[in-house]
Design a protein around this ligand. Structure first.
Ligand SMILES: Cc1cc2nc3c(=O)[nH]c(=O)nc-3n(C[C@H](O)[C@H](O)[C@H](O)COP(=O)(O)OP(=O)(O)OC[C@H]3O[C@@H](n4cnc5c(N)ncnc54)[C@H](O)[C@@H]3O)c2cc1C
Length: 124
């Protein structure tokens, strides 16, 4: 819940300071994260109340229906996740091998520092 509050405030702050166009990832993130937190919290509240929580004697069942719809009505969770993923990944370019590929890095390190290895790793 705290993460949802802070993400909402952060998205609002970014919209205020950098504009809506620069904040589309933050807006999409809070849409699926907030809806998920809402859903999970109400689900747990129903569980804590047992069968009473599932009846219309408490407001929880109505909250539950609304919370379930929140994962759909402003665009399904999946669509917001795709938006976030696309916006994050567009700043990256594919490489032949992952940049952290150890054999490739070892080869590059040997090319750069190989002469030092010969000097300092000898037993003389
Ligand atoms: C209670 C409620 C109130 C609503 N109020 C409004 C309103 O006021 N104004 C309005 O315009 N609309 C409203 N809607 C409609 C709402 O915007 C759409 O239901 C929503 O955009 C999803 O479209 P859809 O139902 O056609 O589902 P579809 O687009 O058919 O999606 C069905 C499922 O397919 C999956 N899916 C869809 N697209 C993707 C994707 N790109 N990647 C991966 N998976 C995907 C998801 O699991 C999704 O739940 C409301 C809906 C509800 C339930």
């Amino acid at each position: 819940m705290q993460a949802a509050r802070l993400m909402t405030l952060h998205a609002a702050w970014k919209m205020d300071t950098e504009g809506v166009a620069a904040s589309l990832s933050e807006i999409a993130m809070i849409k699926f994260w907030g809806a998920s937190v809402l859903y999970n919290v109400i689900d747990r509240a129903i569980q804590a109340h047992g069968s009473l929580g599932y009846t219309t004697d408490l407001p929880l069942e109505a909250m539950y229906r609304h919370a379930r719809a929140a994962r759909i009505y402003d665009g399904p969770d999946e669509v917001h996740k795709v938006t976030v993923a696309r916006r994050i990944l567009r700043d990256y370019r594919p490489a032949d091998v992952p940049t952290e590929h150890v054999p490739t890095r070892r080869e590059a390190a040997r090319a750069k520092f190989g002469s030092l290895l010969d000097t300092y790793a000898s037993n003389e």
